[in-house]
Design a binder for this molecule. Structure first.
Ligand SMILES: Nc1ncnc2c1ncn2[C@@H]1O[C@H](COP(=O)(O)OP(=O)(O)O)[C@@H](O)[C@H]1O
Ligand SMILES: [Mg+2]
Length: 260
C-alpha cells in the first residue's frame, strides 16, 4: 500500500534539563498499521507519545499526525487522535457503561447509550456493564480504557504501555482487543517494554534506545538482523507462561475475574 503515513517524525529532540531523552528520532508509521515502539523503561517512549499527542513540546525536529503538524496545528492533531495512557483513565466509582456514556457525552455525541452498548459488546464487557469498574480485572479495565478511547472514531490511537502491569491472561485479552482494532482501519502506535508484545501485535517495530531509533522494520526484517541460531536437538520445554495459561485456561476474555 502507498497511503501517506499516519505519523511522520523527523529529527525529533527533547531534553529535560541537561538530560537528552530524544536525540533525533525519525519514524514513519503507515496508515492503518499497528506500530510498536519498543524500548526499555526510561527510553523515552512516553515522552515521544506526549509530543505526538500535543501534551508536550519538542525541542527540535518535526512531527505530523494524520497530516497535521503537532507544533503548529495542535487542535487538528487532537481531533485526530486518542490517547490511552500508561495509567488507566477509568473512573472506579462508575460502572463500565457509565464510563463509556460519560465520555460519549463529553464528546457531545448523540446516542451515548447506544454507542456505549455497542462498545461493551465489541469488547466482551456486556455482562460486566452494570458493575462498578473497581471490581474489574486488570485486563477488563484496560479493555474498557481502550473502548473509551475509541469513542468518536479517531483515525490514530496511541496506546502507551497497554500491557504493563497485567497478568499473562489479561495481556492476551488486550492483545486480542488491539488486533481487533487494526481490522477496522485505525492506525495504532503502541509502546511497550516487552518483545513479545511487539512480536504478537505489530506490523512494524521500532526500537528506541539511547534517544534514537536503532532498528525499524517488520518482525521478519528485524529477525534478519540477528545471526541464524544453530539448530539444537533438545526437547522443547513449555515456558512458565505456557504452563500458567494451561492451568488457568485462556479461551477468550474472562468476565468474572476480580483481580486488579
Ligand atoms: N517531566 C520530566 N522531568 C524530568 N525528567 C523526566 C520527565 N519525564 C520523564 N523524564 C525522564 O526522561 C526519561 C524518559 O522518560 P519516559 O519518556 O517516561 O520513558 P519511558 O516511557 O520509555 O519509560 C526518563 O529518564 C525519565 O526519568
Ligand atoms: Mg512510559
Amino acid at each position: 500500500m502507498t497511503t501517506k503515513p499516519a505519523i511522520e517524525i523527523v529529527g525529533l529532540t527533547k531534553s529535560y534539563g541537561d538530560h537528552a531523552v530524544l536525540r533525533g528520532v525519525d519514524l514513519s508509521v503507515p496508515a492503518g498499521t499497528i506500530f510498536a515502539l519498543l524500548g526499555s523503561n526510561g527510553a523515552g517512549k512516553t515522552t515521544a507519545v506526549k509530543i505526538l499527542s500535543t501534551l508536550l513540546k519538542a525541542d527540535g525536529g518535526t512531527a505530523t499526525v494524520n497530516g497535521y503538524d503537532v507544533a503548529t496545528e495542535p487542535a487538528k492533531v487532537r481531533e485526530s487522535i486518542s490517547l490511552t495512557g500508561q495509567f488507566a483513565a477509568v473512573d472506579e466509582i462508575l460502572t463500565g457503561r457509565e464510563n463509556l456514556v460519560l465520555v460519549a457525552q463529553l464528546r457531545r455525541l448523540r446516542n451515548a447509550g447506544l454507542i456505549a452498548d455497542g462498545l461493551l459488546a465489541r469488547f466482551a464487557l456486556t455482562d460486566a456493564a452494570g458493575r462498578r469498574t473497581a471490581t474489574y480485572s486488570g485486563g477488563m479495565r484496560r479493555r474498557l480504557d481502550i473502548a473509551m478511547s475509541l469513542i468518536g472514531d479517531p483515525p490514530v490511537l496511541f496506546l502507551d504501555e497497554p500491557t504493563t502491569g497485567l497478568d499473562p491472561q489479561s495481556r492476551i485479552e488486550v492483545w486480542k482487543t488491539v488486533q481487533e482494532l487494526a481490522g477496522h482501519g485505525t492506525t495504532l502506535l503502541l509502546t511497550t517494554q516487552y518483545l513479545d508484545d511487539a512480536e504478537h501485535l505489530a506490523d512494524r517495530i521500532a526500537v528506541l534506545h539511547e534517544g534514537r531509533i536503532i532498528a525499524d522494520g517488520t518482525l521478519a526484517e528485524l529477525k534478519q538482523l540477528l545471526p541464524p541460531t544453530e539448530v539444537e536437538y533438545v526437547e522443547k520445554q513449555p515456558s512458565l507462561e505456557d504452563i500458567f495459561l494451561a492451568i488457568v485456561g485462556h479461551d477468550g476474555p474472562s468476565q468474572a475475574r476480580t483481580q486488579g
